[in-house]
Design a protein around this ligand. Structure first.
Ligand code: BJ8
Length: 384
């Protein structure tokens, strides 16, 4: 496994530091909007001079509290997020002026009904699919405008198209810097570990100013390239290059992703919500801003979309561009959409791309770590 940099921050450390920074910002009057999913057009939040904070939880701790009102056989991400809200133990939820959710998976959208009793939760009605294209774009564009109006009503402001366009340009610049960082995984042999790639990508949400995030990504990309040119370029490696796909994996990163790398695999791309999946497509900078946002955000390749061909097209591109040797799919327990889709992912990876595929279904507990070590060891052995 590639060495972590000396100043490496774990996700939990970055989250902790973010608390204090956010408190400081709140004390100075900063507007804050809590959100869960990649479908939210955050450009509108920035155009309202607010900052978006992610409320998707990755900790086992609040799950017991979540289960007092939610079924036990529900996705751990939903139970943990709701458990935090219920026990008022997540500063990001506490500091959110209101929450925005969308009708993604059934568990999330039904949880939002309960969440609304704790803090105002505005729900955007996301189409279930992208076809027929024009109808889907129009429906999503209307919801995007409704969200803009919600922000205007809530904060008693007017959001101009000029501000939205500025936010679109700024977010596109961030996407470019983010993309350059994540594409470090294309280097052979890799410049840094998948553990670092994933941690840094997820933890970047705790740096609240976009300009700071851009310079942070650029700095780490430059450092990693310099290191690679000096120490790694031209060296061969017999470690298999792995693509991880599936559900958001923050809550199982140490248990599964770290284990894969410790046992001899190199994770070079993480195809999840926090990864390259959402950075490739930029928002069109010309024309109607709402249509441009609708086009970008309807194309998020989450399994809640049916059918979901763009996810397969993107996986194919990643497999080719990153010279992938095998694919590991991570499913959070009781996530029906990713779980059902995994059948087709397996078929695609094994039959169309001719690569080995491993599916790991887990939750946030440590109880199953032993059995995963055995399965990952056997999988990596088969690749050698
Ligand atoms: S846009 S991936 S963040 S829904 S894992 S809660 S799908 S039952 S996290 Fe997700 Fe938004 Fe999609 Fe991304 Fe439901 Fe599945 Fe749980 Fe999920």
């Amino acid at each position: 496994m590639q060495k972590l940099p000396e100043n490496f921050e774990t996700y939990d450390e970055a989250r902790q530091k973010g608390f204090l920074r956010l408190k400081g910002l709140k004390d100075s009057g900063q507007r804050v909007v809590g959100l869960f999913c990649s479908y939210v057009p955050t450009e509108l939040i920035y155009a309202a001079d607010a900052i978006p904070v992610s409320l998707c939880a990755n900790s086992e701790e609040p799950i017991a509290a979540g289960e007092t009102q939610l079924p036990a056989n529900l996705c751990p991400l939903i139970k943990a997020s709701y458990g935090f809200a219920l026990t008022d133990t997540c500063p990001y939820f506490y500091f959110s002026d209101f929450v925005v959710g969308e009708t993604t998976c059934d568990g999330k959208k039904k949880m939002f009904e309960l969440l609304n009793d704790i803090k105002e939760t505005f729900v955007m009605y996301l189409p279930n699919g992208r076809e027929p294209r024009e109808a889907a774009i129009n429906a999503w564009r209307n919801e995007i405008i409704r969200f803009k109006e919600k922000l205007e009503d809530f904060y008693h402001i007017t959001i101009s198209e000029k501000k939205i366009r500025e936010a679109i340009r700024l977010k596109n610049r961030e996407r470019e810097a983010f993309q350059d960082f994540l594409e470090l995984g294309m280097l052979m042999p890799p410049a840094l570990s998948g553990y670092e790639l994933g941690t840094k990508a997820d933890a970047s949400s705790f740096t609240f100013k976009i300009e700071e995030r851009i310079s942070d990504f650029k700095k780490r990309t430059e450092e990693a390239l310099e290191y690679w040119n000096k120490e790694r370029k031209g060296k061969s490696s017999d470690r298999p290059r792995i693509m991880v796909t599936g559900c958001p994996n923050r809550g199982v990163r140490d248990k599964l992703l770290k284990t894969i790398e410790e046992l001899g695999g190199d994770i070079v791309i993480i195809d999840t919500c926090g990864g390259l999946r959402n950075q490739l497509q930029k928002v069109r900078e010309e024309g109607d801003v709402y249509t441009a946002l609708a086009e970008k955000y309807l194309d998020v390749t989450c399994s809640v979309m049916s059918p979901n061909q763009p996810r397969f097209d993107m996986m194919g591109k990643f497999i080719d561009d990153f010279h992938i040797d095998a694919v590991v799919e991570i499913i959070l327990q009781a996530c029906h959409t990713f779980n059902v889709e995994s059948y087709n992912v397996k078929r695609y990876v094994t039959e169309e791309k001719g690569l080995p595929y491993l599916c790991l279904e887990s939750d946030y507990s440590q109880a199953d770590k032993g059995q995963f070590i055995t399965r990952i060891e056997a999988f990596l052995e088969m690749l050698s």
